[in-house]
Design a protein around this ligand. Structure first.
Ligand SMILES: Cc1cc2nc3c(=O)[nH]c(=O)nc-3n(C[C@H](O)[C@H](O)[C@H](O)COP(=O)(O)O)c2cc1C
Length: 317
């Protein structure tokens, strides 16, 4: 891997999570050897964002994995221009755009040598982002927490590889190291993991949210556009606690990604993805990464044992 990815211990990005990922999680992830991302919308003001970026860049040293800023480029994000000014100042090695075109960030990030990835949930969006000249695509697939995709990660990776030779980070339902190995074997460069880090010590999620993630499994999730106006994967017990009937959620809500209204929806109703079963306790990010690494290595060894006919297939036997 070339810079900035040559410092990765595992091909994983801790994915950006609204109201969950902050400087502690980003720093812990980068120190543990995986990319660490946060959405700039987690800062209520530009001054807060300045403080966060100063803390992150002050804590990280050469050899740490890259930190990643996630920018919502949807038209409802009125702060995009101001956030971009801080991006130009602090130079995150990777910027991932979401819920809009990557075009508004390209010039700024390219000017300092950063890489732009676009979060996409469909082939149409993937093709548009590739045409805009992004370096990578975060292919968010079925099973993802938060705003989810609907495609199988296997189908998505191979279809994108037909026209895109940049980086592919695949996200959605990967909770353990075997899933990381599977995604890499299927053609991804990185895995974009949110849910696995929801209940970490460094996560800003409320304690009751972390406990619900630990206590819940994939059957406790429902995908609905009735909360934010876009399909997202929610924890049913949190919907019930907020007075909503998880089995009868009604039609789509009005889209609103960046205002206080949306903030309230995400604070009261909690998102998670299908990799949720892997979360068993509140643990430091570093311990989760060590476990993922052990599982990843075990999966590779298993894979090698399974491909016992490979020498014959290669004509070597
Ligand atoms: C609680 C939560 C909040 C999220 N917030 C954001 C966000 O603000 N911006 C974004 O691009 N993606 C967001 N996501 C999606 C993640 O970045 C990532 O695509 C997803 O978590 C990957 O699937 P997984 O949760 O199954 O690992 C969120 C996911 C979760 C679980």
């Amino acid at each position: 891997m070339t810079p900035p990815f040559d410092t990765l211990r595992l091909p994983v990005f801790a994915a950006p999570m609204f109201l969950v990922s902050g400087p502690e999680m980003v720093i812990a992830a980068c120190k543990a050897g995986i990319g660490g991302a946060f959405p700039t919308t987690n800062c209520r003001t530009v001054e807060d964002l300045d403080g966060w970026m100063a803390r992150i860049t002050g804590a990280l040293k050469p050899g740490d994995a890259p930190w990643i800023a996630n920018l919502i480029t949807h038209s409802t994000n009125a702060r995009l221009a101001e956030d971009l000014r801080l991006v130009a100042q602090y130079k995150p090695p990777v910027v991932i755009t979401a819920l809009g075109s990557p075009k508004p960030v390209m010039e700024t990030v390219k000017a300092y040598g950063g890489l732009v990835f676009a979060d996409v949930i469909s082939m149409t969006l993937a093709k548009k982002a590739a045409a805009a000249g992004v370096d990578g695509l975060a292919c968010v697939s079925a099973g993802a927490g938060g705003h989810t995709g609907h495609l199988s990660p296997f189908a998505f990776i191979s279809a994108v590889r037909e026209f895109f030779d940049g980086y592919i980070a695949v996200g959605g339902g990967v909770g353990d190291g075997a899933g990381i190995a599977g995604a890499v074997a299927a053609g991804a460069d990185f895995v974009y993991m949110g849910t696995r880090f929801l209940a970490t010590t460094e996560s800003m999620a409320q304690p009751a949210y972390k406990q619900m993630v630990i206590d819940s499994g994939p059957d406790d999730l429902v995908v609905s556009d009735s909360v934010t106006g876009t399909a997202a994967s929610w924890l049913k017990p949190s919907l019930a606690a907020a007075g909503r009937d998880p089995d009868n959620l009604g039609g789509p809500a009005v889209r609103d990604y960046a205002s206080g209204g949306d903030n309230k929806r995400w604070r009261d109703i909690w998102a998670a993805g299908q990799g949720i079963e892997s979360v068993k306790a509140v643990e430091p990010v570093a311990d989760v990464v060590s476990q993922l690494e052990r599982e990843y290595i075990a999966a590779i060894e298993r894979f090698e044992r399974k491909t016992f006919r490979r020498p014959a297939l290669c004509g070597a036997a």
